[in-house]
Design a protein around this ligand. Structure first.
Ligand code: PXL
Length: 281
């Protein structure tokens, strides 16, 4: 069988355990080639560091996409995450139309905030613009904060009622007609997990696991990278969601001993060897 290939469109934060430094190892350990398209270069992520060096890489996006296309590369998935500017939303839409083949799965993680707040460097206008990228996706993977930002709704802290999550999913399906995977869909104080809405058959599923106290940076990227890998390996929605929830939980558990030094990310590297088994049939 031909090796699968994912185009991962995210920033590279040298230190921070997020975006490409998470997507590359997770996708690779799943046995999939990860073609990296960096949207920005940062010394660290923006979640708590000061004096960050940031270089916008907008200029390279279309030349990279066109070169890949001209070389004849095909992609099983295009997976976008953190973008460096509002202008990049239009560029990534172009990039998708250049790189997408008949069977390419387009997954958009509308990375822009968490815990009720936008990340530094994003504006409410960006959140509105992000809806345009979600509209061309087969699957979107917002957290509850990003969902509320795109829907211009006030954020509520967890836990949530099942009905609230179902309503968010349905509202999001007006932005993206594909599958909606909502992370941070906690239904009780001691649970964490995700919910998914498949607009083709109207099915809503909830996947949960025991909740670990605390805020862990980069877990959205750990979740989405695992989920996309499962989908590309044709494991199906339920299995890919379960693997993503379980692997994210393992990464968080594995971080406890590393606190407080590892306040900026999770020790997912230590549990990477467990990922292939989670993605097995
Ligand atoms: O994990 C999301 C993320 C990705 N990339 C950068 C970030 C963040 C969240 O803060 O700052 C640069």
């Amino acid at each position: 069988m031909r090796q699968k290939r994912i185009a991962a469109i995210h920033d590279i934060s040298g230190i921070g355990k997020c975006s490409l430094t998470v997507a590359l190892p997770i996708i690779s350990v799943a046995g999939i080639e990860c073609a990296a398209m960096p949207t920005a270069l940062l010394s660290t992520h923006t979640g708590g560091f000061k004096n960050i060096y940031i270089e916008d890489l907008t200029k390279g996006i279309m030349p990279i996409a066109n070169h890949w296309k001209n070389e004849g590369f095909e992609f099983d998935a295009i997976y976008s995450g953190y973008l460096g500017s509002m202008e990049q939303v239009d560029l990534i839409k172009n990039c998708i139309s250049v790189l997408k083949g008949d069977k390419t799965l387009v997954v958009v993680d509308p990375v822009m905030g968490d815990n009720g707040r936008l990340y530094q460097s994003f504006s409410p206008e960006f959140a509105f613009k992000m809806r345009e990228l979600c509209a061309v996706a087969d699957i979107i993977t917002p957290n509850v904060t990003e969902a509320c930002l795109m829907l211009s709704e006030d954020y509520k802290a967890p836990p949530y009622t099942k009905r609230y999550i179902e309503e968010l999913l349905l509202k999001l399906s007006e932005i993206c007609s594909g599958t909606i995977v909502l992370t941070g869909a906690c239904l009780s104080e001691n649970e964490q997990g995700a919910a998914a809405y498949n607009s083709k058959n109207g099915k809503i599923s909830f996947i949960s696991c025991p909740r670990m106290a605390g805020i862990y940076h980069g877990t959205g990227d750990v979740f989405a990278s695992t989920f996309v890998s499962g989908m590309v390996l044709e494991k199906g929605m339920e299995k890919s969601l379960k693997a993503a929830v379980e692997f994210t939980k393992l990464a968080i558990e594995n971080t406890k001993e590393n606190l407080p030094e590892l306040w900026y990310g999770v020790n997912f590297e230590g549990v990477l060897p467990k990922l292939p088994k989670l993605l097995e049939d």
